[in-house]
Design a protein around this ligand. Structure first.
Ligand code: ATP
Ligand code: MG
Length: 137
């Protein structure tokens, strides 16, 4: 599959990094098929992260993701899920490889600048959570 869902999280938006992160995405050869700035309610963040419902950090994660605006986008590239996760880097910015977005822009395992789908199946679910067919170019 060639599509994945990416999010520029509220920490990176607050720090004024939207432009720099989008430039990285474009330079890596992704085609942006849809994009918008949204602020999720707590309930919308809980719905998005429903798979993590039982994890100990669920409350912290959904509070953070609803704490300010995010940029949500549909990214297209060959092997998109893996390609975007490669560019993001490891979940914990301290463990992320040099040159990755989380290494450069993340501050902690919670506030780690970006999200990416973890499988083609979840990419389809996550894209449909935020975008209708009419919002895709
Ligand atoms: P994402 O799903 O955001 O792309 P990921 O797939 O690398 O990140 P997951 O295990 O799916 O990581 O966790 C989802 C998100 O939950 C992480 O991006 C991070 O913001 C948060 N998170 C993960 N582990 C912790 C933790 N131990 N403490 C606080 N927040 C965490
Ligand atoms: Mg994940």
């Amino acid at each position: 599959n060639n599509l994945t869902l990416g999010i520029i999280k509220p920490d990176a938006v607050r720090q004024g990094k939207i432009g720099l992160i989008l430039q990285r995405i474009i330079d890596r050869g992704f085609n942006i098929r849809a994009m918008k700035l949204i602020r999720m309610t707590r309930e919308e963040a809980e719905g998005f992260y429903a798979v993590h419902r039982e994890r100990p950090f669920f409350g912290e994660l959904t509070a953070f993701m609803s704490s300010g605006p995010c940029v949500v986008m549909v990214l297209e590239k060959e092997d998109a899920v893996r390609a975007w996760r490669d560019l993001m880097g490891a979940t914990d910015p301290a463990k992320a490889a040099e040159g990755t977005i989380r290494k450069e822009f993340g501050s902690s395992v919670g506030e780690n600048a970006v999200h990416g789908s973890d499988s083609d199946e979840n990419a389809a679910i996550e894209i449909a959570y935020f975008f209708s067919r009419l919002e895709m170019v």
